[in-house]
Design a protein around this ligand. Structure first.
Ligand SMILES: [Mg+2]
Length: 259
């Protein structure tokens, strides 16, 4: 074999290895991916918050109020983390439910503050078995969350610390997903290149698009509603986290099939 063909052979082997290099790190969104709020944050919960501040709301208007108020969360274009849009969101929900008066700001601030309290949330049943399986399979597990909740407290509260390598919250890091810097910071902490990381979350905008723009892979979690299994952009969809270990085990096949 000539020197050139031997070199070509080595290069082609490296290229194949690069293409087939498996995922090493899995990054999870937190809210509505790992945990969901309990009654503190439904219509009756908002009624309790309101009552503590002398406000009156109609709990049956909660679902519609949440839909209307969601525009408040899209008010920032720079993705810099600030409490204000979240407080304005809570205030708008209260207003849409019928509240008015000078106590609105204080009530909305209390709702925002309480969102950081783990006791108001439950862990989805598929989290612990999935983390355990991923851990046994050798993947690192990390968290990237648009939150002001302390993620160390979150891990301790739900007894997940043993599984988690790194955690980045937007309130600490300074930016919200889908800003590239929050993904880059998580990758840096874990010590993997973007192409060896996959982001798993329930938001197309924050989790899927954000991860893909920095070169990571993504999996969309659709806990309810229609699942197409693969979106037009090739991103796999799962209905439960328990689907994740087998999906990642097939990942080079999934990746090549989607391109
Ligand atoms: Mg989420």
């Amino acid at each position: 074999m000539s020197t050139k063909s031997a070199l070509d052979d080595v290069v082609s082997k490296i290229l194949v290895w690069e293409e087939e290099r498996p995922m090493e790190a899995v990054f999870f969104d937190v809210d509505f991916t790992l945990i969901h709020p309990g009654p503190t944050f439904d219509g009756s919960g908002y009624q309790s918050f309101a009552a503590r501040h002398g406000l009156s709301v109609e709990p049956s208007r909660f679902t519609e109020a949440v839909c209307v108020a969601s525009v408040e969360l899209d008010s920032s274009n720079d993705n810099i983390y600030r409490p204000d849009p979240f407080i304005q969101y809570a205030k708008r929900v209260l207003v849409e439910m019928g509240a008015s008066g000078s106590a609105l700001d204080a009530c909305a601030r209390e709702i925002y503050d309480e969102w950081a309290t783990c006791q108001h949330f439950s862990l989805y049943e598929d989290v612990r078995p999935t983390f355990s399986d991923l851990n046994k399979a050798g993947y690192s597990i990390s968290l990237i969350s648009n939150t002001h909740r302390c993620l160390e407290t979150f891990q301790n509260h739900f007894d997940l610390s043993a599984f988690v390598t790194a955690a980045v919250s937007s309130s600490d890091q300074g930016y919200l997903k889908p800003h590239p810097s929050i993904f880059h910071e998580a990758l840096r902490l874990v010590g993997v290149p973007a192409e060896q990381g996959v982001m798993v979350g329930d938001s197309v905008t924050h989790d899927v698009s954000g991860a893909r723009q920095v070169g990571m892979a993504a999996v969309l979690l659709v806990r309810s509603g229609d699942v197409t299994n693969r979106r037009d952009d090739g991103v796999p969809e799962i209905r439960s986290l328990v689907e994740l270990p087998s999906l990642l085990a097939r990942w080079p096949v999934e990746l090549s099939a989607s391109e």
